[in-house]
Design a binder for this molecule. Structure first.
Ligand code: DGI
Ligand code: FE
Ligand code: FE
Length: 202
């Protein structure tokens, strides 16, 4: 467990406890616990993959920061920060990451682009994902309370090969969306094409 921690100044101007307090104000208790489990899972994956543990901690904690914001906040932010207007056709599932990153930047003063991209891409993935982005995408999927068919296979893949865990998730998330008649954000299809054919057997 990471407990008492002062982050490197350029990543977050404060301690982990101060960041936690800001996040707790935004989230219901269940979701607040989820982000702490994602943080711990991300830290473990960071240690296995030689990725900055502080970035993994911050990105894990903030990844769902905006999840409980009202739609109006996202719509206002899409306009204020001149994000792609195509976003207006989607909803909270897509907004809380892509638009949430802008809220995190402006409200929490987190400017590290690797952390912000990890938040932006944590739901849909992306064609290119840095090791940190792959870690947050994966940690969100396999954190200890996740329970769905395939999660143990995803955990085993993540322990061996992070990119394969990304491919696994991209494949099964797209299948889930199609099976349930949900709108597929174009980036989710790009992620599938970029990652799944590399590891067709996962
Ligand atoms: O925020 P969490 O629940 O922790 O996890 P998440 O941000 O990965 O969100 C998962 C949900 O997002 C899951 O129900 C699938 C959905 N999702 C992923 N890609 C897409 C999507 N929903 C839509 N409509 N379109 C997508 O492309
Ligand atoms: Fe999320
Ligand atoms: Fe999450």
């Amino acid at each position: 467990m990471v407990t008492e921690l002062t982050y490197t100044e350029h990543l977050f101007a404060g301690t982990r406890d101060e960041l936690l307090a800001k996040i707790e104000k935004q989230l219901k208790p269940k979701r607040f616990k989820h982000v702490q489990r994602v943080e711990q899972t991300a830290i473990a994956l960071a240690q296995m993959n030689d990725v900055d543990v502080e970035k993994a901690s911050i990105a894990g904690l903030v990844h769902d920061y905006a999840k409980q914001r009202p739609d109006e906040d996202f719509i206002a932010a899409i306009k204020q920060y001149q994000l792609d207007p195509i976003l207006l056709n989607y909803g909270n599932a897509i907004w809380h990451g892509v638009v949430g990153a802008e809220l995190i930047k402006h409200e929490l003063g987190i400017y590290d682009e690797d952390i912000l991209n990890a938040v932006r891409h944590h739901t849909t993935g992306a064609i290119y994902m840095s090791p940190l982005e792959q870690i947050i995408y994966t940690a969100d999927y396999i954190e200890p309370a996740r329970d769905f068919p395939g999660v143990d296979e995803a955990r085993q893949l993540a322990d061996k090969n992070l990119a394969k865990a990304v491919a696994f998730q991209a494949k099964y998330t797209l299948a889930y969306l199609v099976e349930n008649g949900k709108p597929v954000y174009p980036k989710s299809i790009d992620t599938y094409n970029a990652w799944v054919p590399r590891y067709p057997n996962v």
